[in-house]
Design a protein around this ligand. Structure first.
Ligand SMILES: Cc1cc2nc3c(=O)[nH]c(=O)nc-3n(C[C@H](O)[C@H](O)[C@H](O)COP(=O)(O)OP(=O)(O)OC[C@H]3O[C@@H](n4cnc5c(N)ncnc54)[C@H](O)[C@@H]3O)c2cc1C
Length: 402
């Protein structure tokens, strides 16, 4: 009987896990003894870091293009429950309820945006998943269809002044203009506003980088409201804790990420985001057959520092996860995951960007130079090779020099 490797999630971590597992099983000449399955709610690898962009075109890649030729079993469904003691998963798919048994599990179910107990939270939009970004886009198309005439419809309120919030607030007017070109002769005067509970937006950045971001935001005439939280949302208004109300029909929530709730089925140390603490092989302590990778994992990457939830880590952790899962199943030594350094590349819209290096997020490149790096990341680096076999080759667990 074949051994069963099951990967939950087809984000960057899950996608690279299955490719790496295919490659390593071939390297060990064990491909005929292994069944690799991947479970994901839809049929795509979503290029999640680009969901803030003006157009959603090209932001989903068909998984079947890789899984079919490589013989990976793909299940379109949602894992509802994991029983680590019996090695069973309970899945709801479009057609049926499935129970699946595994010999080895890679948990790569990523992260989601937290929902907060605020009146009207259900009226907010977000860019956390493709479906959510599409819902926002459809809403903006509706507003454009009405000429952005209704109360507050020209105002876009972004909640959260972290990396995602800044990309959203600097990109939202470009998106509104992009949509308007199809519906309107003249562009309305759009307004973007960012609400941040802390004293400053971009608070994780170095002072120099933060100043640069604030400068660009002010040049773009974006309103920044700090030290204030959202207290409630109505269909045409948002109320703030400082007593202010802003007329708007579009509140985009970006604050508060948490690890997939599937992490709750395992015991062990977890951090404030609910991520499970794993060892340097990405194995979950206390289990012989569980690896956690990507946004669901808390991994030490650099001098005791933990990887943030970021593509730059999940993308590579997947390569280690598949490799180590296969080696563990066939009694081979595991590869230590090491990924030093941390960079960020922040899109500030209209050819402006900021590139930082190091944990203190020190400013390294700005303007069109940084924008070229962002374009390279978003259009090349982040995408797997188009050819399935080339992708298998690229799944080797190593970090290339950038
Ligand atoms: C708007 C935005 C901008 C970003 N920008 C950047 C950036 O500039 N740089 C950067 O490094 N990172 C960025 N990120 C973060 C980056 O996208 C994530 O760190 C990365 O996607 C994590 O990959 P992952 O595979 O661990 O998880 P995910 O991308 O969350 O993928 C998990 C997959 O598992 C599936 N899944 C979840 N639950 C279940 C279940 N119960 N059953 C089956 N399947 C399940 C999900 O549907 C999903 O397909 C951004 C994120 C967003 C939303």
């Amino acid at each position: 009987m074949k051994k069963k490797l099951v990967v939950i999630g087809a984000g960057f971590a899950g996608f690279w896990s299955v490719l790496s597992a295919v490659r390593q099983s071939r390297a060990l000449q064990k491909q005929d003894e292994l069944e690799i399955s991947m479970i994901n709610p839809d049929e795509y690898l979503t290029i999640r870091p680009r969901l803030y962009e003006a157009s959603l075109e090209g932001l989903r890649i068909e998984l079947a293009h890789y899984t079919k030729p490589l013989g990976i079993r793909r299940i379109t469904g949602y894992v509802n429950l994991i029983d680590p003691a019996s090695h069973f998963l309970y899945i709801t798919s479009l057609k049926e309820k499935l129970v699946l048994n595994y010999d080895y599990l890679v948990l790569a179910a990523g992260s989601t945006l937290q929902s907060f107990d605020i009146p009207g939270m259900e009226l907010t939009y977000n860019i956390d998943t493709f479906a959510a970004a599409k819902k926002l886009e459809n809403h903006m198309i509706d507003l454009a269809g009405n000429g952005f005439r209704a109360d507050g419809s020209e105002n876009f309120v972004i909640v959260g002044g972290g990396l995602t919030g800044i990309e959203a607030v600097t990109g939202i007017i470009g998106k509104a203009e992009h949509i308007s070109h199809y519906y309107l002769d003249a562009l309305p005067s759009f307004k973007a506003i960012v609400i941040e509970r802390k004293a400053s937006i971009a608070s994780e950045y170095s002072i120099e980088a933060r100043k640069y971001i604030q400068g660009i935001i002010s040049l773009k005439n974006i309103e920044v409201i700090t030290g204030t939280a959202v207290s409630s949302i109505e269909p045409r208004k948002v109320h703030l804790s400082n007593g202010m109300s802003i007329p708007t029909q579009t509140v985009i929530w970006t604050a508060g990420m948490q690890a997939s709730r599937l992490t709750e089925y395992f015991y062990g140390e977890r951090d404030m985001y609910g991520r499970l603490k794993v060892d340097q092989f990405l194995k979950l302590p206390g289990y012989t057959n569980v690896i956690v990778a990507g946004d669901a994992a808390n991994v030490t990457v650099d001098n005791g520092l933990t990887a943030p939830m970021a593509f730059q880590y999940s993308n590579f952790q997947g390569r280690w996860a598949g490799h180590n899962a296969v080696n563990d199943m066939f009694g081979m030594p595991l590869e230590k995951y090491i990924q030093e350094g941390y960079v960020t590349c922040l899109d500030l819209g209209h050819g402006e960007a900021l590139f930082t290096r190091g944990w203190e997020r020190a400013l390294e490149l700005t303007g069109s130079d940084a924008s070229k790096v962002k374009t390279f990341i978003n259009t090349q680096l982040i995408y797997p090779p188009a050819d399935a076999e080339d992708a298998v080759t690229a799944s080797y667990p190593e970090i290339p020099e950038f």
